[in-house]
Design a protein around this ligand. Sequence first.
Ligand SMILES: C[S@@+](CC[C@H](N)C(=O)[O-])C[C@H]1O[C@@H](n2cnc3c(N)ncnc32)[C@H](O)[C@@H]1O
Length: 174
Amino acid sequence: MPPNQWPSNVQYISTCSYHFSVPKDMRAFLADGATSVEKTNSQSLVVIRRISSPTHPAKGQFGLFSTSKIPTKTHIVDYIGEIHCDEREDSDYDLSLYRDGDLSVGIDASRMGNEGRFVNDYRGVQDKPNAICVDARTRSGLTMRIESCRTIKKGEEILVSYGKAWWQARRLAE
Ligand SMILES: C[S@@+](CC[C@H](N)C(=O)[O-])C[C@H]1O[C@@H](n2cnc3c(N)ncnc32)[C@H](O)[C@@H]1O
């Protein structure tokens, strides 16, 4: 069941979907170790909320907020979406998962995803991120996780760094 505030034009999924642009051998590598659908605790640790703070640079959009105190180094939620190898220049929901020479693998949550797609960048909100994106081999294969990098208070927004390259690419496109 999609959580509250879920947009009707985006498919809610709980495991990544593979786009046909992922070559067969790459797909086998990424899915290596996948056994069954991994149960996530996403709905208990985070909630999607509209941002109302007038000073927040993403005011009016949505963000991800903690529902309870989260200790440091805790797996908060997976970043789930469409695993692809084609260009997604127009997507603001595309994270890099893996690179093998010229082949780059991303997770794009613009058309399908889970709560992870609502994580905002810390820039303009606070001095440092309180969470990080890490790749991990889990029972779903190679995935991207959002983990706390310090204790997060109940009700705090979960904020990562998208990386300088992510912002530079968008500035150049403007
Ligand atoms: C992965 S989405 C995050 C969720 C998004 N806020 C939403 O409501 O769907 C990335 C987009 O969020 C916005 N965003 C995230 N962090 C931001 C920040 N620090 N400053 C300005 N905009 C931000 C930008 O519009 C960016 O393209």
